[in-house]
Write a protein that binds this ligand. Structure first.
Ligand SMILES: O=C[C@H](O)[C@H](O)[C@H](O)COP(=O)(O)O
Length: 242
């Protein structure tokens, strides 16, 4: 991967460090997005070079397609049952290793896979590390049926969090129509700014019937590998916190 742009070097540094965590025989969850894709490429290189025996589940059709094209065999999460390790990217990482995910709309499957794993490790470039979650929009996956009523209920939740009037926008797909997730749902992006109480916001959003899943990943990630453009990596562990 000598043709990497400088901005991708940080992702590659984090991905390479994550590949070193993979052990023979592991059941592995593969994340979604540009950083997770670099990891999948590096993993495929190691598997080819070492003949590593692994079993992998993907968090999206896109990742499954990429992995398969690189010679990795993808099985369903149900076939694997439980995973040893999931490696994924993130849109924001806070000092407690809480995350915003779903910039690519894959956070539902990503959360199912991450929480069915003994360990979730996030790989990211330095730009993703924030003091407080919320500068990146918060994606919420919503069932299409009655979506405008669900939007009203979400706005009511935001009022209760002192976030009244913050923009909320249905995400569009590449063709201009609504973005559809792998599960056939739509995404409402919440442009909130600083989220003062992510735990409560997450609970309140999850209590709405039409909400399938939000992009707050709280107390799920155990390790964040943060890459720098100079190829350096910094590891932040959950045990280090507090
Ligand atoms: O839905 C997408 C995922 O949550 C991604 O892992 C996240 O958006 C980060 O993506 P990227 O590595 O492309 O910045």
């Amino acid at each position: 991967m000598s043709d990497l742009k400088p901005a991708d070097l940080a992702k590659d540094a984090a991905a390479r460090a994550a590949v070193a965590l993979v052990e023979p025989g592991m059941k592995l969850g593969l994340g979604t997005g540009s950083t997770a894709s670099v990891f999948v490429r590096r993993l495929a290189e190691r598997v080819a070079a070492e003949g590593l025996e692994l079993r992998c589940a993907a968090t999206s059709k896109a990742t499954a397609d990429l992995a398969t094209s690189l010679g990795l065999k993808i099985e369903t999460l149900d076939e694997l049952g439980w995973l040893d390790l999931t490696i994924d990217g993130a849109d924001e990482v806070d000092p407690d290793l809480n995350l915003i995910k779903g910039g690519g709309g894959a956070h539902l499957r990503e959360k199912i896979v991450a929480t069915a794993s003994d360990r979730m490790v996030v790989i990211a470039d330095k730009m993703k590390v924030v003091e407080h979650l919320g500068e990146f929009h918060l994606p919420v996956e919503v069932v299409p049926f009655g979506k405008e009523a669900t939007k009203k209920l979400i706005e009511r939740v935001l009022d209760g969090h002192g976030l009244a009037g913050r923009p909320v926008k249905w995400r569009n797909g590449p063709e201009g129509g609504p973005f559809l997730t792998d599960e056939g749902n739509v995404i409402l992006d919440l442009y909130l700014g600083r989220i003062a109480d992510p735990e409560k916001l997450g609970r309140d959003l999850s209590s709405i019937a039409g909400v399938v899943e939000h992009g707050l990943f709280l107390n799920i990630c155990q390790l964040a590998i943060i890459g720098g453009e100079d190829g350096s990596v910094v590891e932040l562990e959950r045990e280090d916190i507090g």
